[in-house]
Ligand binder design. Structure first.
Ligand SMILES: Cc1ncc(COP(=O)(O)O)c(C=O)c1O
Length: 404
């Protein structure tokens, strides 16, 4: 057995999260799944929660289920806030999609700074972030400034400061870049944003459940994010929205639905929002998806975000060590930061044949990764269910394909 194989065996034997793998439903093909930053695996708890919500609650409680289903959005918001987001109570709800929550957060921030006319975002951020901003800019006569970031490294305050002035109302920024995995420093971004009196909306889609987050301590104003990636809530699992407590009573949320009305069942003529974070709710929530998320989130909380991050860093370090030894000599380039403090949960390799390699990885080796245009392969070990051996096998399978 080589020294490397021994090292990988030891890492798996000493893995304090190893037992969590059994909390996920194995797929029939026995896939080496390195795509948990797109869609997390199905856990037994999520599955059981959906089945019991269907059979016990929908089937037996019928309409009476709403007596407790209406609480799910805020209950899950509190759990996410306290366990994963570093948010004190009363600042997070789960509802709608990340795109819709971005729309609500940006327009709410704008309602607090109505005289300012500029929005700022990273040109390399996820398309929905840019599109939502473009639409808001077009329909409100605002200017959208896009930071020409380097993408493969965090957006530094020096890179971002030239786009800021007293006319900027809102800055939108992902904590972890979806293509490179670069991890932005939220506290510094918030500090620089606030230095011109603007508000920060953070997209945490690629960091929640992978990286410890401290929204209150970092002084972030608004945040949104997906729950179907590292939180494993399932396809279409609703997103979360965080709004700083001190801003809530002043802002106007743009989508006035009956679920945030103070007198929901009075069926009143005038809209008056509930006090607090509940004002961000809109309409009937997807109860089965919320049930799945409740089950899935319990697994993440049992593991604890600090332990998840520790394992994630060792796994991405291993992937980069293997990249240096086996992929770089075959023409691959690393498109993620080398410094683990500047990296989220995935690493990205570039190669001109990335598209065909990613499909052959699955057809020939049962390794499932993510391809991103034009030439990127994302490797996302998910510490709750990915072993160190799987990280090794994934990189070595790619190396074998390139050597053919
Ligand atoms: C950074 C980021 N923001 C937003 C989204 C999309 O959110 P949704 O389609 O759930 O609205 C994604 C999806 O992958 C994402 O990666």
């Amino acid at each position: 057995m080589s020294e490397l194989s021994q090292q990988i065996d030891r890492l798996d034997q000493e893995d304090v999260l190893a037992e969590f793998c059994a909390r996920f439903v194995p797929d029939v093909l026995g896939v080496n799944y390195l795509d948990g930053n797109s869609l997390g695996r199905l856990s037994h708890d999520a599955r059981a929660a959906i089945v019991s919500t269907i059979d016990d609650e929908w089937g037996n409680e019928l309409i009476r289920g709403w007596e407790h289903w209406t609480e799910l959005s805020s209950q899950l918001g509190e759990t996410l806030g306290s366990q994963l987001l570093g948010a004190a109570p009363g600042q997070v709800v789960v509802s709608d999609s990340t795109s819709v929550n971005l729309y609500k957060a940006i327009l709410s921030a704008l309602s607090l700074l109505p005289d300012r006319k500029v929005l700022v975002a990273d040109i390399n951020d996820f398309p929905t972030d840019r599109f939502i901003l473009e639409g808001i800019a077009a329909s409100n006569g605002l200017e959208l400034r896009l930071i020409a970031s380097s993408m493969n490294e965090p957006v530094g305050p020096d890179e971002f400061a030239p786009y800021l002035d007293d006319d900027v109302a809102v800055v939108v920024m992902s904590q972890v870049n979806y293509r490179s995995g670069a991890l932005n420093d939220l506290a510094r971004l918030a500090y620089v944003t606030h230095s011109v009196g603007a508000l920060l909306v953070a997209d945490l889609s690629h960091s929640v459940g992978a990286v410890p987050i401290a929204l209150d301590a970092d002084d972030v104003d608004f945040a949104v994010g997906c729950t179907y990636k590292y939180v494993n809530g399932g396809p279409g699992s609703p997103a979360f929205l965080y709004a700083r407590e001190r801003l809530q009573s002043e802002l106007t949320q743009p989508i006035w639905g009956w679920f945030s009305a103070a007198d929901q069942f009075q069926m009143g003529l005038r809209y008056e929002p509930v006090p607090g974070i509940g004002r961000f709710l809109v309409g009937t929530p997807p109860v089965l998806q919320l049930a799945a998320l409740k089950g899935a989130l319990g697994v993440v909380c049992d593991a604890g975000i600090e332990r998840i991050r520790q394992k994630s860093v060792i796994q991405t370090e291993l992937a980069i060590e293997l990249f240096d030894a086996h992929l770089a000599p075959q023409g691959f380039r690393l498109a993620s930061p080398r410094d683990p403090a500047k990296r989220g949960g995935h690493v990205t390799f570039e190669h001109s044949e990335a598209l065909s390699f990613s499909s052959s990885l699955f057809s020939d080796h049962r390794v499932l990764v993510d391809y991103r245009v034009p030439n990127r392969i994302r490797f996302a070990p998910s510490p709750l269910y990915t072993s160190f051996a799987q990280v090794y096998e994934g990189v070595m399978a790619l190396s074998k394909l390139a050597a053919r």
